[in-house]
Design a protein around this ligand. Sequence first.
Ligand SMILES: Cc1cc2nc3c(=O)[nH]c(=O)nc-3n(C[C@H](O)[C@H](O)[C@H](O)COP(=O)(O)OP(=O)(O)OC[C@H]3O[C@@H](n4cnc5c(N)ncnc54)[C@H](O)[C@@H]3O)c2cc1C
Length: 479
Amino acid sequence: MSTHDADVVIVGGGPVGLMCAYLGRVSGLRTVVLDQSEGPVQVGRADALNARSLQLLETVGLFNDLYKLGKTCNTSSVFSGGQFISRQSKWWDELEGCFHKHFLMLGQTHLEHLLDQKIRETGEAVRRSSTVVDISVSRQGCVTTLANGEVIRSKYVIGADGSRSFVRELFQVGFEVVRPQIVWAVIDGVIESDFPKVPDIIVFQADTSDVAWIPREGNIDRFYVRMDTKDFSFDQALTKINRAVYPYRLRFQEIQWQSQFTVKESVAEKFSVLDRVFLAGDACHVHSVNGGQGLNTGLGDAFNLMWKLGQVENFGVSSELLKTYEGERKPIALGVVETSGELVRSTKHSATGTHAQDYVKIVERRSGYVTGMGVRYGDQGISGSRLHDLEIYQAVRKTRLYSLLDYSRFTLLAFTDQELELKLPPFVNLIQVRSRQGAGEYWTENPVYANQFVLVRPDSYIESVTPAGVAPVENHLSS
Ligand SMILES: Cc1cc2nc3c(=O)[nH]c(=O)nc-3n(C[C@H](O)[C@H](O)[C@H](O)COP(=O)(O)OP(=O)(O)OC[C@H]3O[C@@H](n4cnc5c(N)ncnc54)[C@H](O)[C@@H]3O)c2cc1C
């Protein structure tokens, strides 16, 4: 038996646990990731990163590696009887303050592999084939026990161990599950078809709307087929696909992955225990795949949580800050469950028999969740809203605001031409953005934040805005 000290032990090396570990490292925390599996998933599962996830990935240097691997898609099309009915991308096109107005269609495996590699490069690699069997927690910290008897002492534990979370059950966190009796067949593969294919997400109106065709990276396409029973064969799913694309035909030349996804809906009663153990990702929220929100919501959890742990550990900020994790993320999880729940039920029930059209209208109405761009903390006002991304220049070099942000610190964006003499605490970076080109300085002609000090949280949400030239920024930081 050996001992090991860490700031944060992360149970689960799925995409959310890996992201927590990576962000922890970026924030200067000693993180250890334990996963019972032998490696990242190789195929299947989540297939889309939304616009907000893409922005967040950019702030931590993960965007470029992933973006080139995926396909962009921001359009939902409806087909019926082989005929094109309608196409919609309005809710993406109208997004403000964002340069990637689309999903990046990319399998979860790519994100997992990249994070796995980054974690190896920045310290101890993910500890695979490591099953956690016990955790004890006190006000002083946590003790995690592995199946091989090893014990790890840490200040915090994160349960990112998936929908059947051992951590959640160990601490008896309520997780009441609703089962709407809907099962999806999910098939990834290389297809052959005479259907007049479009590079969109396609929903089909037949008797109901039980087939969705999703573009994927490379030469792969994905189909979600609503089966309503767990006992189905691949041929039955293929029959439904062919009924949807009729009068065209479709066959799989190669199947990369097939699975079934039984819809369960739940949000954990609480997201933390004693402000020492935290739940993130599927461990604290599960729902249908509709709207592609599972992985994206889990990533949002990771980005919300890790900077707070960093602030408490590295800058002596009060641990009261940690309570805001549940306060901010639980309402988002409830909204996501409601959104995917409305979407999935609409594939089955429609008062007018226009399931596919209804579906697209719900996506439009709930687009804030689907794009991720409507997620905000607090009900109104600029505080708690996402920072808009802008084109920024350094002399003549064009860049974007989000590429300047630093996840390990707050950023005070001073959109002013005044000369500044600010004394800021060590957890705040100052970036001055002028309104005109100057020698080597950042500048923008975009007026959205002109003459304002915008204090930005590490996760790129706005903490506060004050008119430039007024002192309260410093007051705000010290409070
Ligand atoms: C068929 C299917 C399709 C999906 N499609 C989409 C989609 O289109 N869009 C979307 O956003 N999401 C989708 N999802 C959901 C998405 O895959 C999940 O939301 C995502 O994987 C959640 O990540 P996670 O890290 O929270 O949990 P997981 O990926 O489940 O990872 C949990 C990890 O914890 C480990 N673990 C568990 N218990 C222990 C233990 N005691 N000790 C050590 N390790 C442990 C497991 O080995 C696992 O690696 C889909 C899921 C499925 C199954």
